[in-house]
Design a binder for this molecule. Structure first.
Ligand code: ATP
Length: 304
């Protein structure tokens, strides 16, 4: 697939802080592309440079082969992490106000239908729940019927039900043929929504590709999780476990053999958990620290 958005060698510093360190990636038309990473990885700075809101120090961003033009700007929709709406307006009035900024805007009723706002569109927006507010902000981002939709951590702080609901909406919007670029630090969100991801850490892209392909590339079989405990030399050598906080993780494609060894070596099985690897595990493997926190992590060198 040819690149619709092409980012080449993009970099940005804030005084001495090198927030984005010369990253490159491309986004084909019509996919959902995710920038995944922990707090401070450089996701928002990257997406804001793509939106033309923050100036870049170096590199280039091309849309259909051209730098961001005024015309292309009109074809972009943005849902920011935080958007201040005018007090006292209802959701419907907010949509009308934003629609008035564009020469071409979708009908408010269509937006209400698309983003499932009917139950609360006539309420003061300040009275909306977190999930309802995010849906309203999504509708606002879609007001100009954009070709590209940028979503910056759209489900942060939402409860699981509201997140699920929002994901369904994103899939609905993707089905309309729009290209979506989203940032998230939820790996399940990226796995569920994104066709292609770039995992960022400390201003760099540390992995690129389709979530499933990335996982297949980095993990064989399953992950066995054990409570932290002293492990025998034999287990350390044969299983090469990785310690993350309170747990050991063993990646293996020979589950039975590994479990047999653990039993033989009298490993404490309380809290044992066998699961498929996910993007959180991949991030941990690549960086030695988790996506959600700064848990102390050590790579266990194979003794020998
Ligand atoms: N305007 C700014 N001035 C100074 N430093 C900034 C500014 N914007 C971002 N930073 C810093 O740049 C780094 C990257 O921030 P950025 O917001 O891009 O990360 P992020 O991956 O989006 O994190 P989060 O998930 O917390 O939004 C952080 O260390 C942040 O403190």
């Amino acid at each position: 697939m040819s690149a619709f958005i092409q980012v080449n060698n993009l970099s940005k510093s804030f005084k001495k802080l090198h927030a984005v360190k010369g990253i490159s990636f491309s986004v084909p038309k019509g996919i959902c592309f995710g920038l995944l990473g922990p707090n401070g990885a450089g996701k928002t700075t990257t997406i804001e440079m793509m939106e033309g809101i923050v100036g870049m120090d170096g590199g280039e961003i091309l849309y259909d082969g051209e730098p961001l033009s005024r015309a292309m700007n009109q074809r972009i929709g943005i849902q920011f992490q935080h958007t201040a709406l005018q007090d006292h307006l209802t959701g419907r009035e907010c949509l009308k106000m934003f629609a008035s900024f564009y020469s071409h805007a979708l009908a408010v009723d269509d937006l209400v239908e698309l983003c499932q706002l009917a139950d609360f569109a006539d309420q003061d927006h300040r009275k909306l729940s977190g999930g309802q507010k995010q849906r309203l902000l999504l509708a606002i981002a879609l007001v100009n019927d954009p070709q590209i939709l940028f979503l910056d951590e759209p489900t942060t702080g939402l409860d699981p039900h509201a997140r699920r609901n929002f994901w369904d909406l994103i899939n609905r919007i993707k089905a309309l043929g729009k290209t979506i670029v989203l940032t998230t630090h939820y790996m399940d969100e990226a796995e569920y929504l994104c066709d292609d991801i770039a995992i960022m850490d400390k201003g760099l892209i540390i992995a690129r590709g389709a979530p499933r392909e990335l996982l297949a590339e980095h993990f064989n079989g399953v992950l066995i999780r054990l409570r932290q405990q002293p492990l025998s030399q034999e287990v350390l050598e044969q299983c090469q476990p990785r310690l993350d906080g309170a747990y050991w993780y063993i990646n293996t494609d020979k589950v039975e053999k590994t479990l047999k060894l653990l039993v033989e070596q009298q490993v404490e099985m309380d809290g044992l958990h066998v699961k498929s690897a996910n993007l959180d595990d991949l991030f941990l493997k690549l960086t030695g620290h988790g996506l959600q926190g700064n848990t102390e992590t050590q790579e266990v060198a194979s003794a020998g």
